[in-house]
Write a protein that binds this ligand. Structure first.
Ligand code: UGA
Ligand code: MN
Length: 301
């Protein structure tokens, strides 16, 4: 189940690939205007403050029509957060250059990993989504980080940048509310007089930690101490399994977001889009801009 099959590190990519082949018959100049990065364009890279602990943000992603808009929306949030390292872990066997090029453009310190879901889980009706990705990200953190904080951030959620201020000083494991989770509308620890009292979640089941993936953070130092901590391939029990493997008790958790009275992250879900119909392939569009746009789309086979 060890499944990091490839990796692009930010250091190995100094400038965006120039997809000349897309433009040779249309407009060569376009190519150069498109490869200016945020750093070049705005004279600004991601803010760095060496005094701040680094937040390692592990984001599972996979190819689908809404993948790029999700990643762009999230990246434009992360551009406003200092000292982060964004680990984008792709459920794919081959590099998605749209993603890699966009990450370079974003000027956010990042690593792109190929972390495909093992074949045996793809056949299940309820799949353990994002698990290979998150475990691959954890492997990378264990190899490259010595301090800081790890946060699992799905590509489709909505994040208030204040969330990152809250989790940056996690000592072991911190938790906080997540909006729009299940019909209950919220997943949150319940506190009474500032102390742990229980859980609020639409699906408690037999979970010791009935929380959402976006509702907790772990310090790197604590993670490194817990050498066997990882996420199980068990749909619905990923968070619970991972938190149990951290050997932490609810009473020991650090409750953030003003003692769990603020919502800084929402489990938003984007409408699923099927592949686009094939009209764009019609020969009447040959020699037009649509021949370029077509490459960025998923089209019905
Ligand atoms: C819910 C929970 O909120 C997630 O925290 C949990 O990971 C997920 O269920 C789960 O089943 O494990 P939900 O919105 O239903 O989230 O799931 P998605 O957003 O579709 O997927 C979670 C993450 O995994 C996303 O970042 C997505 O890009 C990624 N993913 C999804 C893959 O990498 N591969 C897939 O085949 C599907
Ligand atoms: Mn989601």
């Amino acid at each position: 189940d060890l499944s990091v099959v490839g990796c692009w590190c930010s250091s190995s990519l100094t400038s965006a690939r120039c997809p000349h082949s897309y433009f040779s018959f249309y407009d060569k100049e376009l190519c150069f205007s498109l490869t200016r990065t945020v750093k070049e364009e705005l004279g600004r890279k991601s803010p760095q403050d060496p005094k701040l602990p680094t937040i390692y943000i592990i984001t599972p992603t996979y190819r689908r029509p809404e993948q790029m808009p999700e990643l762009i929306r999230f990246a434009q949030t992360l551009m406003n957060v200092p000292n982060i390292h964004w680990i984008v872990a792709d459920d794919a066997n081959t590099t998605n250059y749209d993603v890699v090029d966009y990450l370079t453009y974003s000027s956010i310190p990042h690593t792109y990993l190929l972390t495909p879901m093992p074949e045996k889980y793809k056949q299940l009706s309820i799949k353990p989504k994002g698990v290979a990705n998150r475990n691959g990200g954890l492997m990378w953190v264990r190899e490259h980080a010595t301090s800081g904080v790890v946060y699992f951030a799905d590509d489709d959620n909505t994040y208030d940048i204040r969330l990152f201020q809250e989790i940056r000083y996690t000592e072991r494991v911190s938790m906080f509310p997540v909006g729009l989770v299940t019909k209950a509308g919220l997943s949150s620890p319940v506190l009474k007089n500032g102390k742990f009292h229980g859980w609020y979640d639409g699906w408690i089941a037999k979970r010791k930690f009935p929380v959402d993936m976006a509702g907790f953070a772990v310090s790197v130092q604590y993670l490194l101490k817990m050498q066997n901590a990882e996420m199980p391939y068990k749909a619905g029990y990923e968070e619970d399994g991972f938190l149990r493997s951290l050997k932490i008790e609810p009473e020991e958790i650090e409750f953030k977001a003003d003692k769990c009275t603020k919502i800084y992250v929402w489990h938003t879900q984007t409408k699923k889009n099927g592949p686009s119909q094939r009209t764009i392939l019609q020969s009447k569009y040959n020699g037009t801009n649509l021949r370029i746009l077509e490459k960025k789309m998923m089209i019905e086979s």
